[in-house]
Design a binder for this molecule. Structure first.
Ligand code: 5GP
Length: 189
């Protein structure tokens, strides 16, 4: 595959996009997950090279200078996240289309760079209150980090209209089958 397609899932943190992305990866579709690089520390059981490539901030900055990223961002203060060009090449060389789980700005950035080949899906949580409940029940973040994420979520919700599709995630079973339907349709188009 020279250059495959790109399927972007973007949403405020806690809206369930990772669950949808993991569901898609189980469907035996020719899709590979784009492993982002990040300078944040691994959480819980996260293994380097699976959820993320974990880099130090200095390593991350070196890669920025080398223009190794398709897109990158300081998503939270002091925490950089980015998609490496080498990651897209890796997946396309394996004959796979690329599936992204990235934030809203990053998603729109990918779409701007590959406008013809990208399906950008915005996963809409039922409400900000529900988002807050989900973030708190995850129990992985400090209060300060939860507040940072909620502030960012409120801003991100205003960008939903810039995406190709808005997928409302109030019923997970329904959202999963809608995600599979949308992606299959796009890959066959
Ligand atoms: P977390 O720390 O919860 O794993 O991720 C924080 C946010 O960064 C999430 O919204 C996630 O989708 C986003 N993110 C992960 N990888 C990338 C990336 O490569 N680029 C951008 N722009 N955002 C990313």
């Amino acid at each position: 595959m020279e250059q495959g397609k790109l399927v972007v899932f973007s949403a405020p943190s806690g809206s369930g996009k990772t669950t949808l992305v993991n569901h898609l990866l189980k469907q035996h579709l020719p899709l590979g997950f784009s492993i982002s690089a990040t300078s944040r520390a691994p959480r819980g059981e996260e293994v380097d090279g699976k959820a993320y490539y974990f880099l130090s901030e200095a390593e991350f900055r070196t890669k920025i200078k080398e223009e190794a990223f398709v897109e990158y961002e300081e998503v939270y203060h002091g925490a950089f996240y980015g998609t490496l060009k080498s990651e897209l090449e890796r997946l396309w060389n394996e004959g796979k289309h690329v599936l992204f789980d990235i934030d809203v700005k990053g998603g729109l950035n990918i779409k701007a760079q590959y406008p013809k080949n990208t399906l950008a899906i915005f996963v809409q949580p039922p409400s900000l209150e529900e988002l807050e409940n989900r973030l708190r029940s995850r129990g992985t973040e400090t209060e300060e980090k939860i507040q940072q994420r909620l502030d960012k979520s409120a801003t991100e919700l205003t960008f939903s209209q810039d995406f190709d599709v808005i997928l409302v995630n109030d019923d997970l079973t329904q959202a999963k089958s809608e995600a599979v339907r949308l992606v299959k349709q796009f890959l066959h188009s």
